[in-house]
Structure formats: structure tokens, C-alpha cells
Design a protein around this ligand. Structure first.
Ligand code: DGL
Length: 270
């Protein structure tokens, strides 16, 4: 990567953040990236905020040591708990999370200002989405619900079919069977976009599914525009994980939307 702008660092608890990386690469194809999946300690969504902050600081330190010029927190749970601590620890590094971008996309998509948010237990309990949406639309009505089984199904590669739809009905029907249901559903977890086609099948057609990946990519693009890499050459990605190169490559290919090779994944210790 010599002679080029330093890479953009991206981390997630595992492979879910690859849905964000996919959009980042689509928006900025010439940039180099370093992606770290903390696969040894997944999931973050069921852990305490203190633990998620500690893990996130360790992920960031590993990426900063690889000389990144911008940090993307491609994990809603980490964005919800650790953004402040990351910015305090790395005051000169631009740190961008996915929650403000998701809230922005949700408010833009909801005409009724009635928004459903699904995420991990940690993200919902911390209330970060609720606060971010209310900062943009103070009167918005928000229905928030943790959907932890969606993470397990996505990790298993079960993205469609009757089991996924049955679980989706169980989680989503209570949110949308009322008299005045939400008209937007925020996928507040980086694992959920791969389930979007199955969710579409169980949701009322009027509901707009909102994914923060594209709006996050736009925010990162604005941030790095000044030192942007020229567009002719496709940028490279360095793949890091804390456990299971084969599993990272196999499941990660689903999230990334392209084939990943296990021998390209470097296992590191945090
Ligand atoms: N990547 C996490 C998120 O976006 C979901 C998986 C986990 O719980 O670690 O919240």
C-alpha cells in the first residue's frame, strides 16, 4: 500500500460489518481498507456496555497500529456504547459509527414519523437509536425491539426460508399489527441486511426497510474526501479476525456479497 493514502479502518464484532464494508467499497472503490472482525468474542450484543467499550478500544488500537486514517465502527452495538470512549482515546482520528447514519436514513424514510427499530439487546437497552432519531425528529414515535435470534440465523447462513420467516413473524408482528403501525423499519444491527428479503416477505408492503450501510458510507466519504484516493485503481482490503479464518471467509462471503478466501484472513490477538 506504499505511496497511497493510508487505509480506512473498519471493525465489527464479526462478519456483520462486511455489509457496511460492501457499501464503503461501492462508494469509494479506490480506497484501501483494513477490516477487523472480533470473531473470537462475538456476539457483542448480549454483553455489558463496559465490556463492549473495552473490546472496542482494543479493536481500534489494533487498527490504529496499522496506520489507518479514519475509523468506521461497523457495529451498532459498539457504536451505541463505545463511540465516546473511542473518540476520547483517539482525539485526532475521525471516528464514524453507524447509528447516526441509520437514524438519518430512518427519519428520511418515515413520512408518518413512526419508526420501528430492531437491533441487539445491548443496542436497544442503551437507547442510542431512540436518542439519535429524537435528535432529528423530536416528535417521532419509536417502537424498539431486540431480535437476538436474527444474529444467530445470519451467522448460520440461514437468510431465507420458513424458519427465518417464522422467527420474523414472531418478532415483527407485534410491532406492525396495531392500528397505526410504523412506516419504516430500521435494521439496527449489521447482521440484519442479509435477512432483508425474508423480512420483506413478512412485513406490510407499505413499510420501508432502512439499512444504515449506505448512509454510513456517504458519511465516511464526506469525511475522507480531502485525501481521497484517485479512482483508477481498485483499492485493496486487508482482512483481520481474532478467530476462525475458515468460518470468517465462509460466512463473511454472504455478508460481503463476494467470495472471500480463508488464506487471505490473518488471525490476530487483541
Ligand atoms: N454487529 C453487531 C451489531 O451490529 C451484531 C452482532 C453482535 O451481537 O455482536 O450490533
Amino acid at each position: 500500500m506504499s505511496g497511497r493514502a493510508p487505509p480506512i479502518g473498519v471493525f465489527d464484532s464479526g462478519v456483520g460489518g462486511l455489509t457496511v464494508l460492501r457499501e464503503l467499497r461501492r462508494a469509494m472503490p479506490a480506497e484501501d481498507f483494513v477490516y477487523l472482525g472480533d470473531t473470537a468474542r462475538l456476539p457483542y450484543g448480549t454483553k455489558s456496555a463496559e465490556t463492549v467499550v473495552r473490546y472496542s478500544l482494543q479493536c481500534a488500537a489494533a487498527l490504529v497500529a496499522r496506520r489507518i486514517r479514519c475509523l468506521v465502527v461497523a457495529c451498532n452495538t459498539a457504536s451505541a456504547s463505545a463511540l465516546g470512549a473511542l473518540r476520547a482515546r483517539h482525539p485526532t482520528l475521525p471516528v464514524i459509527g453507524v447509528i447516526d447514519a441509520g437514524a438519518e436514513a430512518a427519519v428520511a424514510a418515515s413520512r408518518k414519523r413512526c419508526i420501528a427499530v430492531i437491533a441487539t439487546e445491548g443496542t436497544i437497552a442503551g437507547g442510542a437509536y431512540q436518542r439519535a432519531i429524537h435528535r432529528l425528529a423530536a416528535s417521532a414515535r419509536i417502537e424498539a425491539r431486540p431480535c437476538p435470534l436474527f444474529v444467530a440465523m445470519a451467522e448460520e447462513g440461514w437468510t431465507q426460508g420458513p424458519i427465518v420467516e417464522a422467527v420474523a413473524h414472531r418478532y415483527l408482528d407485534p410491532l406492525f399489527s396495531c392500528d397505526d403501525p410504523p412506516d419504516a423499519l430500521v435494521l439496527g444491527c449489521t447482521h440484519f441486511p442479509v435477512l432483508a428479503p425474508a423480512l420483506r416477505r413478512v412485513l406490510p408492503p407499505s413499510v420501508c426497510i432502512v439499512d444504515s450501510a449506505a448512509t454510513t458510507a456517504a458519511a465516511v466519504q464526506r469525511q475522507v474526501a480531502a485525501g481521497a484516493a484517485p479512482g483508477a485503481v481498485r483499492g485493496a482490503v486487508r482482512w483481520l479476525a481474532t478467530d476462525g479464518a475458515e468460518r470468517f471467509a465462509r460466512v463473511g462471503s454472504i455478508f460481503l456479497g463476494e467470495a472471500l478466501r480463508a488464506d487471505a484472513v490473518e488471525i490476530i490477538d487483541l
